[in-house]
Design a protein around this ligand. Structure first.
Ligand code: ZN
Length: 104
């Protein structure tokens, strides 16, 4: 059985980083609108872009959370399609991978 301890540590660090960036974005989104109408339009456009970034960060965080849960329950690194062990190099490049390179 492969030891995923090092990978799990990296994933937890990445998750913390994502949470931090999400928090910063949310702080920014909650910021007051500029009194000037044209500035408000810029703020709103910025907010939309930030919401897009936030959604991407959240999606990655969710994938990492699922990967960590699979590491914890021992199903991580096993192809959900053929049951083969997924190469560690593949998991390091794509931690959320649930299929081996052949089935991907
Ligand atoms: Zn497979």
């Amino acid at each position: 059985m492969t030891d995923y301890t090092a990978l799990a540590t990296k994933l937890r660090a990445r998750l913390a980083e994502l949470a931090e960036r999400s928090d910063e974005i949310e702080d920014d989104l909650r910021g007051p609108l500029d009194a000037d109408y044209s500035e408000q339009a810029v703020d709103l456009a910025d907010d939309e872009a930030l919401e897009g970034v936030d959604a991407v960060l959240r999606a990655e965080a969710r994938q990492i959370g699922l990967a960590l849960a699979r590491i914890d329950n021992g199903t991580y690194g096993t192809c959900t399609n053929c049951g083969a062990t997924i190469a560690l190099a593949r998991l390091e490049a794509e931690p959320a991978a649930t299929r081996c390179i052949t089935c991907a």
